[in-house]
Design a protein around this ligand. Structure first.
Ligand code: ATR
Length: 284
């Protein structure tokens, strides 16, 4: 995706994957800082939260989200930003979905889930219910993002607060009165060539009790490899609208490209490269 973008814009750069263990993160960041030929970087699983303490400045909503996925140098300082929230919202817009007024079950509590929670609250979701394998991480997310739940409060405007809370996975709140389910865990993601037949939520959650499900219910998966996960397949079988992870991957990448190069990203070239790579890698 990024090499295609560089080629489309005539920028002499290449995107490299660095496999960095948690113990090596600080050294990898130091290497980025000291190499004047580096335009910037992305940071992914499992470093998005730990890298927060290694940058000089947090830009945009990275501080509120508590996670960084993009780095660039600015006047000699290393800036950490988060393009996941913007990527998520742009992918929803592309799919014709508007979070305003929605009740959303968010599965996961890592860096990506934090960005999604922030985005949903910022875009006026009515309620975000966070559920995670490790309950304490869901509660920490809720505590940290609580200020984001009052985005709607503006002087002179009627008060609007979104609800943000942690729910346990066997709680009926993961299915009752829910408009959208979002998978922000890595469950269902291919490892190498192996595509796991796993889902983070039993399909029964989608049906709920008869007549209780919202008419425009949707399932959104951040996993993009494979594009059609078990989570999305079961949601489609239950009659839900489904959105796969390609759009968020594309748009978080486009926003990162813009922060590194100070120019608009070539979306069509990036999308074509992504679709080609994913189709070649894993049959979906
Ligand atoms: P990211 O930055 O992409 O969000 P992360 O911070 O490592 O990655 O978070 C991964 C998320 O997937 C977490 O919510 C994690 O749950 P835990 O907090 O319990 O670790 C979730 N996850 C990963 N593997 C899982 C599995 N096999 N079953 C359930 N949840 C899983």
């Amino acid at each position: 995706m990024h090499d295609a973008a560089f080629a489309a814009c005539g920028i002499a750069a290449r995107y490299e994957a660095w496999d960095v263990a948690p113990a090596g993160l600080a050294a990898a960041v130091a290497r980025l800082r000291s190499d004047a030929t580096v335009l910037g970087a992305n940071v992914t699983v499992p470093h998005k939260q730990s890298v927060v303490g290694l940058v000089d400045v947090l830009g945009g909503e990275a501080a509120a989200i508590g996670a960084v996925n993009t780095l660039h140098m600015e006047e000699g300082r290393l800036v950490g930003t988060n393009t996941d929230a913007e990527g998520f919202l742009r992918s929803l817009t592309e799919a014709g979905l508007d979070p305003s007024g929605k009740v959303v079950v968010l599965i996961g509590a890592g860096g990506a889930a934090r960005a999604v929670a922030w985005a949903l609250l910022h875009a006026g979701a009515d309620e975000v219910r966070v559920t995670n394998r490790t309950d304490s991480a869901a509660r920490a997310l809720v505590d940290d993002l609580r200020p984001a739940a009052s985005f709607g409060r503006r002087p002179g405007r009627p008060e609007r607060r979104s609800r943000l809370r942690a729910v346990e996975r066997d709680d009926d709140q993961v299915s009752r009165g829910v408009d959208w389910w979002v998978n922000a865990t890595s469950v269902g993601m291919a490892r190498g060539d192996a595509v796991p037949d796993e889902t983070p939520l039993p399909a029964t959650a989608f049906s709920g009790r008869a007549g209780e499900r919202a008419p425009a219910a949707a399932a959104i998966d951040l996993v993009y490899r494979p594009r059609r996960t078990r989570f999305l397949r079961e949601a489609a079988e239950a009659g839900l609208v489904t959105v796969d992870g390609l759009g968020m991957l594309l748009y978080q990448g486009a926003a990162a490209f813009e922060s590194w190069n100070g120019r608009e990203a070539p979306i069509a070239a990036m999308r074509a490269a992504l679709e080609g790579a994913l189709a070649a890698e894993v049959r979906t």
